[in-house]
Structures are given as C-alpha cells and as structure tokens.
Design a protein around this ligand. Sequence first.
Ligand code: C2E
Ligand code: CA
Ligand code: CA
Length: 794
Amino acid sequence: MSTQGILTTKTSSWARLGQRTRHPYRRWFLAVTALFMLGAATSIYGAVAITNSGNQKVQHAFTTSSAEITDVLKLYVHHQLDLITSVESFLFGNQRPTSAQFTAWTKAVDILGHNKDLDELGVVYYVTAAQLPAFVREQDSTTSTPFVVTPAGTRPYYCFAAMGIVRPESDTPPQGYDLCSGSEGPLILSARSDGDGDVVPYTAGGVKQLAFETPIYRGGVTPTSLAGRQRNFLALVALTVEPKIILASTLENYPHMAVNLRFNGTTKPVFTSGVAPKGAARIAVSLGDGWTVDVLGRSSGGGLFSNRNAVYILVGGLVLSLVVAMLIFMLGTDRARLRRLVDDRTEQLNFQATHDMLTGLPNRTLILDRTEQLLTRNRRAGTYGAALFIDLDDFKNVNDSLGHEAGDRLLVLVAARMKAALREVDTIGRVGGDEFVVLLDGGESMGAPEVVAQRLLDAMRDPFELDGSLLPLIVNTSIGIAVGDRPTGSVLLRDADVALYQAKAKGKNKFIFFDQKMEDAIGHRLALEFDLRSALSDHQFRLFYQPLYALADLTIVGVEALLRWDHPKLGLLGPDEFIPALERTGQIRDVGAWVLHEACAQLALWHERGDPLYLSVNVSGRQFDDHALIEQIRGALAVSGLEGHALCIEVTETALMLDMASVVRDLGTIKSLGVSIAIDDFGTGYSSLSSLRELPVDCIKIDQSFVSSITTSEESMAVVRTFIQLGRDLGLRTVAEGVETFDQMDLLRACDVDFVQGFLFSRPLEPKELEAHLLEPRRPARPNPAPPRPQQLD
Ligand code: C2E
Ligand code: CA
Ligand code: CA
C-alpha cells in the first residue's frame, strides 16, 4: 500500500479536501476580532466617560469646597468685627469704664473661651498732651500702681492700652507705655484718619498674627470730615488673632486642600495652612480690606489611570471582551470544526464508496454510474461512446507465486501505467480483481477505441519491476470493446466483457470489438450450461471409442474413451462444447467418475469377448482437486473386475502444472494400482522436457498440431523426432495423435513412433461400431499415386 500510484491518487483527493481548508477559521477569527475590538472600544469609551464625570465631580467639589472655605473665612472676619462692635458697645454703655470693669466684662461673656484664636483684645486711648494729667489721675485712681508714661518725655499725643485682655502666654505691654511712640503709632494715626477699621498683618513675639483695628470717636459716630475725625478720635479697639488656628480648623473637613491668605495684592501669602496636592488648582476670593484668600486643591481627578473606577471598567471590559471573544471563537470554531470533520468524513466515505481503495480509481459502482451518464450524453448529442473492458491474463499466477501483496503492488503499477496512457477526458476504473474499464466519450473528442486499446496494450508491453520478484514481470492484457448506444450502462459493459472473453480466447495481448454474434454465442453457452446440469442424471452422456494402433502392423492395441453429450435438442455434442463448462462448475468430477466406470465396464465386456485391448481415459485437472480420483479409479477397476494395467490415464501437461507436487503424488498412487499414465497433448504445455524424468509417466501422446505439420515443416519434424527420442530414452511409449494422411504415417514410421491414432485409421466409434471394426479391421487403403485429402469427420 506504499506505492507511488496510491500516494498520487490519495494526495490528489486529499489536496482537494485541503483546498477548502486552507484558512479554516479565518472568518471566525475576523468576526471575533471585530467583536473584541468593539468590546474594547466600548470599555475605553466607558472608562473615559467615567474619568470625565469623575473629573467634573472633583472640579465641582473643588469649587464648592473653595466657596465653603471662603465663606467660613468671611464669616470669621465678620465675627472679629462683631467682637469689636461688642467692645464698642461696652465702652459706650459704661462711661469711662475702668480696666477692672473691662476685664470683668470679658470674663462675663467669656471672650477668650469663645474665641480660641484670640490673642489680645484691648482698647487704646488716644490722649493729647493737654489731656494727659487728667488721664494719669484717672488711672492712678483705679489702680494701686502709679501710672508712669514710658518712654518719658513730652509729646503732642499719647496712645495707652488702658484696658484689655491677653492670653496668659502672650506678652503684655507695660502699663503706661505709649504705643504711638513705637511701631504701632502710624497704624493708630492712620486708623484715626480713615474712620474705618483695618485688618493688618501684625507680628508679636515672633508669631504672625492678624490685627483688627477699629477707631471710635466721641459720641459713637464717625465724623464725615477728616478734621472732625482727628478732633473727635477717642480710642482704637484692637484685637489680634492667630489665623492659623481658624484656618486649620476650617481645613479639617477638606483634606488635600490648602489656603493662603494674601494681603494688599502681594503674591507672597501672609498666612498659609494645609498642604496643596501636586498640580493643585487655585481659586482666589477677595475678603475685603485688601485681603485675598487662595484656596488650593485638586480640581480634576487626573487622567484615566488615576480614576480607579475607570481603570476597573477599562480592564474589566477588555478582559470580558477577550473572554467572550475567545469563548465565541472556541464555540464557533468547535462547531465549524465539527461540521468540517463531518464534511470531511462524509467526503471520505463517499470517496471510499465510489473508489477502489487500492488504486484510487473509480470502482464498479462509480463506473456503472459514469457509463449511464456516457450513454445519456451521447444519446442526446447523437454520438457514440465506447467502453473498453481490460483484463490481465494469468494475473492469478502473480498472486499465487509472489503473494497478494505483490499482486496488489502490481495492480497499482498497472493502474498508473494505464492511466498515463489515457487522456484526461477518458475515464478509467477498476471493476474487479484484475479487471479495468475505460470509458471513451463520443463525439469529435473521442479517440478511436481501437487506437486507445492499442495504446493501452503498448503501454503494458514493457515489463514491470516489482520489489521482491527477481525477474521483471510481463503482464499480458486482453481488451474487449463495445461501442454505441445500449438500453443501460450495464449492458454496454457486459458487451465489452463478452468481447473481452473472445479476445482472451484468441490469445494474449489482443483487443476485439463486440458484435451481436458474440452475444448469441454467449446466450447459447449459457443455455448449454443450464442444460448441462441435468445431463448426467438424465443419462445424456455417451462414450465413443477411438482405436489406437501399433504402427508396426497397424493392429488395434487399445481404445481411447471420448465423451459425447447427446443433447435432447441439439443432438450429439463434442467435448470441446461442454467440457470447459463442466470444469468451470466442478461437475467434471462426477462426470469423470461416470466416464471411468462406464469405460471400464465396457472394456470388461470386450475383454470377456476375448479382445485384450487397453483403455485410455482422459482425466481433467479438476479431478485432482479433492484426491477423489484415486478412489474413483479403484472403484471402477473393482466394479468392472479389470486389471490395473488394462487402464491408462491421460493427463494434460497443464493439469500436471496446476499443483505439480500434489498431482505427482496422486499419480504415484494411481501408478501403484498398475494403471499407466500418459501425458496428453504433449508439447503444447510449458513443462520442460527435463522435468519429464521426474514424472511418473509411461506414455507421451504427441499432440496433433505437431503431427499435422510434420509433412510441411522441417521444424515440426525435428521436434517430433526429439520427443520420440526422449520417450525412448526414458523407456516411455510414444503415441502420435491425429494422424490423417499416409505421408504423416510414413514420416512417423521413420521416426519409430510406437502407436498411432487418427482419422486415417478410424474416427471415434460407438461401442457397436467398434465391435464391428474389431471383427473386421478396415485397413486404410493407400491411394495411388495421389494421397487422399484429409477426411473431415466429427
Ligand atoms: P484428446 O484427448 O486429445 O482427444 C483426441 C481428440 O482428437 C478427440 O476429439 C478426437 O476425436 C480427435 N481426433 C482423433 N483423431 C483425429 C484426427 O485424425 N484428426 C482430427 N482433427 N481430430 C482427431 P474429441 O473427441 O472431440 O475430444 C476433444 C478433447 O476432449 C479430448 O482431446 C480430450 O482432451 C477431451 N475429452 C474427451 N473425452 C473426455 C473425457 O471423458 N474426459 C475428459 N476430461 N476430457 C475428455
Ligand atoms: Ca486424450
Ligand atoms: Ca490429445
């Protein structure tokens, strides 16, 4: 099964399958990729949307927070101003209150307790030089410690922090200290002139603070003119706070945010609190009085990857798309793969059902189908197609001698060679063991069938080289051709087969066209075969006897029993018309047994009458098949009471060759019964002369074909002479068959043949005729001078 032919055939069918499967999952791959991309795009879109919405939220939160923070700070400023207002109210509610009263009041309303960031709260009196002595007296009257103006000296006005509260940890200016003589002086004077409060940065003891200052004027009303304000200026209510505290507490609820307080448009912040995140945005809001608050914080959620939800959506979406895509791909291709598998298998099964697996050629079924198509097509086109039936001669021998594997290999080579000899349009198929059919389509494209047949025969002429066989193999071929229309494809093929049968009968390497006569012959043959089945039981067989003569004196020495069939309708039929059929069907074994019994019985009668003849009986090769022949001979001898040496068995060379060893063994047994053995039709088979020595034979019967040609062919004469010489050397009797003329007889006599048989002396006779012949032997009358024409008997 590993030969080239198979491979080529198989490859082509696989290649056909393969074409469909080059990119089996391409479509699925594309679809699933598209699906994945869609999923990915959706994921990205979702992630971006979430990022944007997150950013919007952050932005919104930032502006809201900023607003809230600035609101708190504004409120805070208001609160400080409110505090100052309440101090003013206290001052005007109590005419010139003492420091102790002030302190008591602040304690009562728990000013320090409510204002955690408040550092100092106090009232600074503005005292002109004229007012100083009264002021000092007033102060001295309220406290035990004398009021001493520091720094000492006479100045146009003084500023004394006459009352106030201070956080215990903060510094307090000494009593009697003139603030206007120090750094605060200009501030106080500027407040006096402005008429409204200020909020200014202020540093005390190294701590940054915020100072709120509000001037108050006599009568509690701020004069509209500058001169009025300067004249009526009474005191300055001031407080200092540490904004850090309020800023920190404000930012408590806003982590990741920072606040800067800037003053008078400077960029450098006076107060800062909180830590601004990297890349923070800034919102600046004015608080009034030259103060600006900067709120710093994140106004955007950052990029897609800083948004956790967006990342979840993105990664999750991508993974999901991938998984779904892979799942669909797997399911899809699984189904596709399954379908492909089924398709492939179906195609394979179809191929197997319609092709011969050995050669890859169409098988009988497909060929029959193609033949039908061929007929239909040609009928329509008004043309003729043809079928060639091809058979290898003696192919069975290859199988028998080299084995079936070698036989298979040879068939593959033969198929390949024939295929190569045909054109692409011609169809070739294998329809049986060694039978091939070629279909030629009709019309102009059809090669003449005889040309194609000859081409095929020529192609087969070259020997085949087969591994394992020492010699190149010659394969002989016979071809039957049927041309034209038929009712069915099988009729066309049958006709080609009939022609093939004739071609085989005609010899090797021949092609023959079918004609109607052949079919008639076949019909006749089939009818005969049918009738033959009952011929034996209906006693339709008869035996004729042809005498054998000693050539020396032409006395009758024996008879050969020759079978006839007395057909009820066709009359007497010769063995050539029915023996092949008997052999084919195996009936020859029963018929052969009958011949032996009948002939022996007949001879026993003649022996009783005193005619010491010997009897020659023809035996078919098939009779050796089951070794029954030995028993049949024993039985026939026993029943007839004949001696074994009265009987001779005639076996053809071809029969001997069938199963040489077994046949030779059986012949040995037969010989041991005293029965002699003759080789019939000697010279027509292929047995080498040397093998004759090993065969247990007593007699050779030189075939008629040599005898009939000795008068015309020197070669035949030489062959016959060799045969006779060989027989003599081996101590065998020699018989010349089919002697028809005196010339032949003369030549045979010159060669020293022992016995003769032929129409010249007697044709096969019925027992009665033979008895008459025995009583009065009819000597052939030699015509003079011209020899007689050969008799045409039988
Ligand atoms: P065979 O054994 O060679 O028999 C001789 C054949 O030659 C006979 O043909 C006979 O009639 C024919 N013959 C004899 N003399 C002449 C002659 O001078 N000229 C010509 N042209 N023919 C002559 P038949 O009887 O037709 O038998 C044909 C063959 O059938 C026999 O050839 C033999 O092989 C076979 N056969 C006959 N009877 C039997 C039988 O009982 N059993 C078997 N197995 N085969 C038989
Ligand atoms: Ca014979
Ligand atoms: Ca013969």
